[in-house]
Design a protein around this ligand. Structure first.
Ligand code: 9GP
Length: 754
């Protein structure tokens, strides 16, 4: 392709005369056209990956890489005195996800297209995304993340469906994002929306009238559900998503020749967590509308739907009051009742019923009873589902349960975010690993090659410097690349235990204040958003920001320890932070993190994991070997047993462990409270009490070992050759964690697309 000609045609002038904004707009158009050329209409069977979240990240570079245009465009712009990096700054990050769930969905779309599979994503077009995080007075505040107003890759289609909800009709409109595969086909992400959305109803941060559904339906991802109107809005969103999906699925199948009785030859639907579950009763309803009997409709739907579970936390295993469904989507309630009735008659087991005794509808029970596949997202997680959380289902449907350990796309999480490492790997082991990730293993040959180890350290240093420059430019914070970058970036949740990391930092701070000077200088970096209604998570952020402020104003401590909380952690920030990380904190309470995918991204970029035996950390451990990972903490069996016998008492640890007491007491010390200029600080006090009276995710039992192992990792860092060898072995053994491998397994075992 003559990219220069295309770009100039699009611009209507020479590149040198164009502004960055004009070039950006022209590139979007050129990229979309090139991507459309790679669409394929063939393939009888098609996958529909339905998800409330798709955390896709900026698209320009990724699309250029996948279309094989990156180097050419880069050089062309340079030749004309322009810089692709500057132009990319204009690329708004679509704010369509929250964390791992949405990022996984995006990695999967990339791999599906890269493997040449026929599969589209289906979701919602949130105008303001999750939210944009800002810090004010050491507290998180939320503002709308307006990404659609800017020029984007979104394509408006003429597809539209009527959706009946709450006694009113809504007409949808479908927008598409093109999903480019690496040197392969283009698929699509369909995002449904309403024309009537009105962002002027947003007041004070992200508050809005939750009842004005025609105006608010697709404003935000996960609107606050702490009240009834919020919970109902989530049902509106979910039904809107799946009603449109079902229409689209049936239309496409019929247009390809399906008589609907053979729908499973044309369609497979992957239900990503419980949010899209209503697609099951809705598909049944639409099949009946098209003339099928309920028996046939149920049987066919069952053959088309597969469910992925991404958590054992009750908060994400949704249960909706049947009363809410009756008021919003009465058309599917009789179907849900039939589905429930059939299961009750067949199994007489209350624990697997769909409508429980309190008249709540269990979404997971619909998925498991009426889908043909149930998978967990890492080996340990799937075992916990089978043996504990979903054991009653597993006993009935053992054949449905399977594991699909998560993965990440190397296109974004290596090639795009870490070009210097990619280039060096290509020099050493060839380009093959980009398509066959297991070839990374060849790198092991160099594990004792001093030159290679030095070069890897050098690349890490360059990435750390680039990250420092970025943080200075965007946040005005000056970091020191010659310190250990010890990083925890992920959603803020108590089970992920940012608070454990914080207690270590407090301990280190107090030691330094007491004159115990550490040998290693460490920069602890956090990136995390807390859900707006999750009070304790926000308290943890407040505590981290408070410690950060104390240290930033204390030159004596600052020399040895920095604590940096980055605002608005998103894919863009992640792409800069991950290549710069030395130690990757994956410290969830064992059994609670279904998989984690940040752990894989850090590993691939040559960071060493400090973690518990949880989620995919277990498989990282198995792949890299114990020498190349730092493990601590209770095992998942121990944790599960502690919950079962109710034996955990945080007060016992507080009373008997002086270090724990010292660190926890510091939360409500004069220094910390004093920052507020008042004599008390509600948020810090609440966190202190939470630790003492609850500590539901068992921070204290793991504290001593965590500190010991973390300090050992810091001290090992001094031996740069040894450390660099660990980094090399992490990279070399990351091949298993490519989402291409995961998608091949989904296709082999569940989807069976040609
Ligand atoms: O918490 C899990 C995370 O462990 C996993 O890696 C990710 C993708 O499978 O899903 C997350 N789950 C959710 O965000 C909500 O279920």
């Amino acid at each position: 392709m003559d990219i220069e000609k295309k770009l100039v045609d699009e611009l209507g002038k020479n590149i040198i005369e164009a502004t960055n904004e004009e070039i950006y707009r022209a590139l979007v158009s050129v990229v979309n056209k090139a991507a459309i050329d790679k669409e394929e209409r063939n393939g009888k069977k098609k996958l529909y990956y339905i998800s409330a979240e798709f955390l896709i990240g900026k698209l320009l570079s990724n699309n250029l890489i996948n279309l094989g245009l990156f180097d050419e465009v880069h050089e062309l712009l340079e030749k004309n005195g322009k810089n692709l990096g500057d132009i990319e700054e204009l690329d708004a990050e679509p704010s369509l996800g929250n964390g791992g769930l949405g990022r996984l969905a995006s990695c999967f779309l990339d791999s599906i297209a890269t493997l040449g599979l026929n599969g589209d994503g289906v979701g919602l077009n949130y105008h303001m995304g999750l939210f944009k995080q800002t810090f004010k007075d050491r507290l998180q505040s939320e503002i709308p993340d307006k990404w659609i107003d800017k020029d984007t890759f979104l394509i408006k289609t003429d597809v539209s469906y009527p959706v009946s909800m709450g006694g009113k009709m809504y007409n949808s409109v479908m927008y598409d994002l093109l999903v480019t595969g690496y040197e392969n086909r283009t698929n699509r992400l369909h995002l449904f929306d309403l024309e009537t959305i009105d962002s002027s109803i947003i007041k004070n941060g992200i508050d809005f009238d939750k009842e004005a559904v025609d105006k608010n339906l697709t404003l935000f991802l996960y609107p606050d559900d702490s009240d009834e109107a919020g919970r109902k809005l989530r049902i509106y969103q979910q039904y809107f998503m799946v009603c449109n999906a079902a229409h689209l699925i049936l239309d496409e199948a019929v247009s390809k020749g399906s008589d609907l009785y053979n729908l499973d030859e044309y369609v497979v639907i992957q239900i990503n967590d419980t949010h899209p579950t209503m697609v099951i009763p809705e598909l049944i309803r639409q099949l009946m509308e098209r003339g099928l009997s309920i028996d046939d409709a149920i049987e066919i739907t069952n053959k088309c739907c597969a469910y992925t579970n991404h958590t054992i936390l009750a908060e994400a295993l949704e249960k909706w009051p049947i009363g809410y469904l009756k008021s919003i989507v009465p058309q599917i309630v009789p179907i849900i009742e039939v589905l429930d009735d059939r299961i009750r008659r067949k199994y007489e087991d209350e624990s697997i019923a769909i409508i429980d005794r309190n008249d709540f509808v269990s979404m997971a029970a619909i998925d498991i009873n009426y889908g043909y596949s149930v998978n967990g997202v890492a080996g340990l997680h799937t075992e916990i589902l089978k043996n504990t959380e979903l054991n009653n289902f597993y006993k009935i449907y053992p054949e449905k349960f399977n594991n699909k350990t998560n993965g990440i796309t190397f296109r974004r999480w290596l090639m795009s975010c870490n070009p210097s490492l990619t280039k060096y790997l290509e020099e050493l082991i060839g380009e093959g690993f980009i398509k066959d990730s297991f070839l990374l293993k060849k790198l092991e040959e160099y594990k004792d090659d001093k030159n290679v180890l030095n070069k890897l350290s050098e690349i890490k240093m360059q990435n750390k410097q680039a990250f420092c420059d970025y943080i200075e430019k965007t946040r005005g914070i000056i970091l020191d690349k010659d310190t250990i970058f010890d990083v925890q970036s992920k959603r803020l949740h108590e089970y992920k235990r940012q608070q454990l990391n914080l207690l270590w930092a407090i301990r280190r701070y107090l030691d330094i204040k007491a004159g115990i000077i550490p040998e290693e200088r460490v920069t602890v970096i956090f990136g995390a958003k807390a859900a707006p209604a999750y009070t304790i998570a926000k308290d943890i952020i407040h505590a981290i920001l408070s410690l950060m402020q104390l240290i930033e104003n204390d030159e004596d401590v600052k020399k040895y320890l920095r604590v940096i909380m980055l605002d608005n952690y998103n894919v863009d920030v992640a792409e800069k932070l991950i290549p710069a990380c030395d130690i990757s904190e994956q410290i969830s309470l064992a059994s609670k993190e279904a998989s984690g995918t940040g752990n894989m991204k850090y590993m691939l970029n040559g960071a060493v994991t400090l973690g518990t035996m949880d989620g995919a950390n277990v498989e990282i451990f198995e792949n890299v070997g114990e020498e190349n990972i730092y493990i601590f903490g209770l095992s998942s069996d121990e944790v599960i047993a502690k919950y079962k016998n109710g034996s955990y008492d945080p007060k016992y640890y507080y009373d008997n462990n002086a270090e724990i007491k010292r660190a926890v007491d510091f939360l409500v010390s004069k220094e910390m409270i004093g920052l507020s200029g008042k004599d008390h600080d509600e948020s810090l006090e609440r966190l202190y009490n939470e630790f003492l009276n609850k500590d539901y995710f068992m921070t204290f039992p793991d504290f001593d070992e965590y500190c010991k192992v973390r300090n050992k990792a810091h001290s090992d860092y001094k031996n740069q050759d040894e450390w660099s060898r660990k980094c090399l072995l992490n990279i070399a053994n990351a091949g298993y964690f490519s989402s291409d491998r995961t998608i091949e397994e989904y296709n082999r075992d569940i989807w069976k697309l040609q």
